[in-house]
Design a protein around this ligand. Structure first.
Ligand code: GUN
Ligand code: ZN
Length: 431
């Protein structure tokens, strides 16, 4: 018979959307507890009440740490782990100088396995329990990624990146092989344990119309899969798309003409959008992965997260490693705050934590499974030490409420703030 574990600490869960309802959409309990059994959350509430309700439970006391859902990274490139923090280029040069040479190496399954394992361990160290990753064009890179995730019991999503033009030798597939390989990978991995396949054309400049159509056809055959790609990240990129697809009304329309717009489409970046694109995204259920450290690091621009939210477009938070400059969703929240400041719409800590958990899980269509502390959800959770460094501790000890207590960790925290990680109820720190 499985045992119940009772994890004690401060708890934070969302009962609404802080973009609509303000900070009251979050519920904080100073002396809370989460009861976990058989990989699921079976109870969340007051510590004393849960202790009485589960007298046989194994108790793990996390003290003052804040228990919350594990972070969900809605857009990342695990193959770029080794080239994170590469200096001085904008998007297209950055892809050609750093990214494509590195991605070429993933033909070698041993190398792909090594990096996939490093990536999954870094994600967990940083409190990220779910990520949606681009792999490379090589099916081996997908096998390596899902194998590493499966070994750790993680709920992870990903797909073979498809490119049949404007990429170097060794990093191009074809319309036919992209379709065939993606389909075979769906059959091999989609729905196995906690893994989900995402159909993944990299972006319009590296796919012919024929390839985009083939992937659109695949998506219509397998609507149970998500589709991920990049949209309107940099002005030079948008101008290039206009040249390559002169008959499209705009960048989004390129995807729409090829059957790649609809519910379950997750667009990375989505910074420089026209009013028509925003209307269309809102009407069709397209979701966005907001990648603030990437948008500042590569010099792309400032995404209007608040505006997208107001239009009902689900937005998740994302590292976009290695265009993004961090593996940490805390650092990513700090960057989202700074981007909001520069746009004149600073995000409240409740909004930042929401984006990194519920927001991303909604963007990935997983809100019934992960991203919140609630009965029936999968037990992917973290404990946040709100005094993990002297700099943070001296600030948080002055706090009058939970938001003032957690904001220094959002702004200055890193993997040292992650004092506990549970994946599907399993304590990944070996407890
Ligand atoms: N656009 C197309 N590919 C990429 C990528 O790997 N990273 C980023 N940031 N943007 C892209
Ligand atoms: Zn990306």
């Amino acid at each position: 018979m499985p045992t119940t574990e009772l994890i004690l600490g401060q708890t934070l869960c969302f009962t609404g959307d802080p973009f609509q309802d303000g900070p009251d959409a979050a519920s904080h309990n100073r002396h809370g507890a989460v009861a976990v059994r058989d990989g699921k959350i079976i109870d969340v509430g007051d510590a004393d009440t849960l202790r009485n309700g589960h007298p046989q439970a194994k108790v793990t006391d996390q003290g003052d740490a804040l228990l919350m859902a594990g972070f969900v990274d809605s857009h990342v490139h695990y193959p770029q782990t080794g080239i994170i923090a590469s200096w001085g280029k904008r998007l297209i040069d950055w892809l050609n100088s750093y990214t494509f040479p590195e991605e070429t190496r993933f033909k070698d399954v041993d190398y792909a396995t090594e990096i996939a394992e490093v990536y999954c361990d870094l994600a967990l160290t940083n409190g990220t329990t779910t990520a949606a990753s681009y792999c490379t064009i090589h099916p081996e890179s997908v096998d390596a990624y899902f194998t590493a995730a499966q070994a750790r019991g993680m709920r992870m999503l990903g797909g073979k990146t498809c490119m049949d033009r404007n990429a170097p030798d060794g990093l191009r597939d074809t319309a036919r092989s992209a379709y065939d390989d993606s389909k075979a990978l769906i059959d091999r991995w989609h729905g196995v344990d906690r893994l989900s396949y995402i159909i993944t054309p990299r972006f319009a400049p590296t796919s012919s119309g024929e390839q985009l159509s083939a992937l659109g056809a695949l998506w219509s055959e397998r609507p149970d899969c998500l589709m991920q790609t990049h949209l309107s990240e940099q002005h030079e990129e948008i101008a290039w798309v206009k040249d390559l697809f002169p008959h499209a009304r705009d960048y989004l329309d390129v995807y729409e003409q090829h059957g790649l717009v609809g519910e379950g489409a997750v667009m990375g970046h989505a910074i420089h959008l026209t009013p028509r694109e925003i209307d269309r995204m809102s009407d069709t259920g397209v979701r966005v992965g907001h990648c603030p450290t990437s948008n500042t690091f590569i010099g792309s621009g400032l995404c209007d997260v608040t505006g997208l939210h107001q239009r009902g477009i689900p937005v998740g938070l994302a590292t976009d490693t290695g265009g993004g400059s961090s593996f940490s969703m805390l650092r990513t929240m700090a960057s989202a705050y700074e981007v909001g400041q520069l746009r004149g719409t600073p995000l409240h800590p409740a909004q930042l934590l929401y984006l990194a958990t519920v927001g991303s899980s909604k963007a990935l269509g997983l809100q019934d499974k992960i991203g919140n502390l609630a009965t029936g959800m999968e037990a992917d959770l973290i404990a946040l030490d709100l005094s993990s460094t002297p700099a943070i501790a001296q600030r948080s000890k002055r706090a009058d409420d939970i938001w003032e207590a957690v904001f220094p960790t959002i702004m200055m925290g890193d993997d040292r703030a992650i004092s506990g990680v549970w994946v599907n109820g399993r304590d990944m720190r070996g407890g």
